[in-house]
Design a protein around this ligand. Structure first.
Ligand code: FPP
Length: 229
């Protein structure tokens, strides 16, 4: 099992609450997603200072196709704009961008932006930003099982899924569930649920979550350290 040190934290965020944030202000839901995109930009800037080396964010689940067509199109446009606008800054700041999830259902205009961002940032070594788009953890697990043809070890499975274990999951927006996100990778993750709506999430919220993570004793099924003394 991969265990992280302070400097190699793998965090994951379920960015929830955009719609409610907008509705509470009398704005259309897409205004919440736009503000959410800004919150993501700020989070990517502050994550490396908090020891986070890998950050996977849930931008669009495979179940999100069920949303109204106008909201889906607006989210895809935001995703496109984010990749185009943030690419150069990510190169400058050593942020590597990868996109996980299915690509065959994404609008064609998004594909070149994904490829360009992944290619331009491939050498980034300060933070690996993984954007989960048209992502379903159950589907990712099924795909890995098919590729490994039943011969997989735990390590081979983790590798086939593309990243190591997640240490810390943060879900904003007050709900307390994983919603088909990184189910294998989160086997021993610490879960932090906050009522803060994603567009309001800031560096101090991220720092608090990381501090709470460090205050917890991770036992991985063993007994507490104190019991061995
Ligand atoms: C969940 O909030 C959020 C999403 C389904 C989309 C997340 C998208 C962003 C943060 C926008 C930018 C992302 C990128 C990669 C540019 P919700 O809409 O379900 O909120 P609600 O529960 O309040 O309705």
């Amino acid at each position: 099992m991969q265990q992280s040190t302070y400097d190699t934290l793998h965090a994951a965020i379920i960015m929830d609450g955009n719609g409610r944030w907008a509705t509470a202000r009398g704005l259309p839901r897409i205004a919440g997603h736009r503000a959410g995109s800004e919150a993501l930009r700020r989070t990517v800037e502050s994550a490396p200072n908090l020891g986070i080396r890998s950050l996977t964010v849930y931008a669009f689940s495979s179940d999100n196709w069920r949303r109204p067509r106008t909201e889906v199109s607006a989210l895809m446009r935001l995703f496109h704009t984010y990749l185009r606008r943030e690419r150069d800054k990510c190169v400058e700041n050593g942020v590597r961008i990868s996109v996980i999830g299915r690509r065959d259902r994404l609008p064609l205009m998004v594909l070149p932006e994904i490829e360009a961002a992944e290619k331009a940032t491939i050498r980034g070594d300060k933070l690996h930003l993984r954007l989960a788009v048209d992502y379903s953890s159950r589907d990712a697990i099924l795909d890995a099982a098919k590729r490994l043809k039943g011969k997989g070890t735990r390590e081979a499975f983790s590798e086939a899924l593309g990243a190591g274990d997640v240490d810390l999951v943060i879900r904003t927006g007050g709900e307390k569930r994983l919603s088909d996100f990184l189910l294998w990778e989160c086997a021993y993750a610490e879960l932090i649920f906050t009522p803060v709506m994603w567009p309001d999430f800031n560096e101090s919220d991220l720092a608090s979550a990381v501090a709470e993570f460090h205050s917890r004793e991770r036992r991985f099924g063993a007994v507490p350290k104190a019991a061995l003394a």
